[in-house]
Design a binder for this molecule. Structure first.
Ligand code: FE2
Length: 381
């Protein structure tokens, strides 16, 4: 080999090394290497999902204030009973986060872990896909009822705030069911009429106009934390439902940055992921700026679609991990968003295989309106 071809090979190796280094440096935060069991996720049998303990518990709680009566599914017996919390901008409050729950044995583990978590969530923020009844022949509505009984042990005693997911649509013209969301809206009385419709978020639709008018009305002195729930995530580095939320992101993301949304929770992808604070509001297609950038004025995006439904885990991730992704792991679990006061909240995610108090991922949130300091958790951001 001549000296010129040797130096060419050397140059090639150096360049290859640089390219590989760039690939490593482009990696985002942490991809968990947690080893999880691989047995199939299966639904609990029908006869295991009855709860008869509610009446006795209601009597024990008779001195607490009844704030809201709701739900009227097949047994017409659910009632919501809870102690009112302190109010005010610095009042602490603890939310649970659950998504894509279903009614499998893994769903039961997720709900049990939420109930046994020593942080004691007071309200569940549910990011869509409740019963998965539509996975059964003829969208078997018995599975809507069994899901109500399964979650009753928590939902009867604390509020669950619902987001509709694609498994709530139940549109089945082949069996004469042509009204979308019928089983869901008959069982779960959500205030969707205020925004016009459940579907159709496109530009200048009633829902678009509703959100455009609603966001400026949020008084951050009365409501310091601005939390958004949606079903399909805007930022997702799994090879499932990749960029399905893109049309919605293009329309609504500038508002989320302008109105200082603190955090956005989504489901849909059956795994866990937390982003850094990022935005992609500069992208207008022709300028080519399609890579999300670190942006401390933007929300953190969290995918919590890991409730444990029968469809199983999303395990396939894009590689390398994008810079915007702070932590990702394909395990079932739930999360807690623990508001301490108007400036700080402690967030943590729990995988089902761990003890009830174990945190697999966590982050201190600094409120974007009251205390907008850098709270990133990855060195790259
Ligand atoms: Fe789902």
């Amino acid at each position: 080999m001549g000296s010129s071809s040797f130096s060419c090979s050397l140059l090639f190796l150096v360049l290859l090394g640089l390219v590989l280094n760039v690939a490593v440096l482009c990696n985002g935060g942490k991809t968990s290497n947690f080893v999880r069991p691989v047995e199939k996720t299966i639904d609990m049998p029908l006869d295991s999902m009855f709860s008869e303990s509610l009446l006795a518990t209601m009597l024990l709680n008779s001195t607490t204030q009844i704030l809201l009566c709701s739900w009227d599914w097949s047994h017409n017996k659910a009632i919501l009973v809870y102690n009112p919390s302190a109010v005010g901008p610095d009042a602490p409050y603890t939310f649970g986060l659950i998504g894509d729950l279903g009614q499998s044995f893994d769903s039961n583990r997720t709900l049990t872990h939420y109930e046994m978590n020593p942080q004691k969530g007071k309200t569940v923020l549910f990011v869509g896909d409740l019963s998965y009844a539509d996975n059964y022949p003829n969208h078997d509505n018995v599975r809507w009822d069994t899901w109500g009984r399964f979650t009753e042990r928590s939902a009867a005693y604390q509020p669950w705030i619902w987001t509709a997911g694609n498994h709530e649509i139940d549109f089945a013209p082949e069996i004469g069911e042509t009204k979308p969301f019928k089983p869901y809206t008959h069982r779960y009385h959500v205030p969707y009429k205020a925004s016009g419709v459940l579907l159709h978020f496109g530009k200048y639709t009633p829902q678009y106009k509703w959100l455009e008018a609603e966001l400026p009305k949020v008084n951050r002195t009365e409501t310091p934390w601005l939390i958004v729930l949606m079903h399909a995530p805007w930022y997702n580095s799994y090879n499932y439902h990749y960029m399905e939320g893109e049309t919605m992101r293009v329309m609504y993301e500038p508002w989320f940055v302008e109105y200082k949304v603190d955090v956005v929770f989504a489901g849909h992808v059956h795994a866990y992921e937390r982003s850094e604070r990022i935005s992609n509001v500069a992208y207008n297609i022709v300028n080519g700026k399609c890579t999300p950038v670190a942006d401390q004025t933007a929300p953190v995006y969290i995918t919590i679609g890991d409730g444990g439904n029968l469809e199983g885990l999303a395990t396939n991730m894009t590689e390398p991990q994008p810079a915007y992704s702070a932590y990702r792991e394909a395990s079932f679990g739930h999360a807690i968003f623990d508001i301490k006061n108007r400036t700080h909240a402690y967030y943590n995610w729990h995988r089902n295989q761990d003890g009830y108090a174990v945190e697999a991922d966590s982050m201190w949130f600094n409120n974007r309106y009251w205390h907008p300091v850098d709270d990133s958790t990855s060195s790259q951001s």
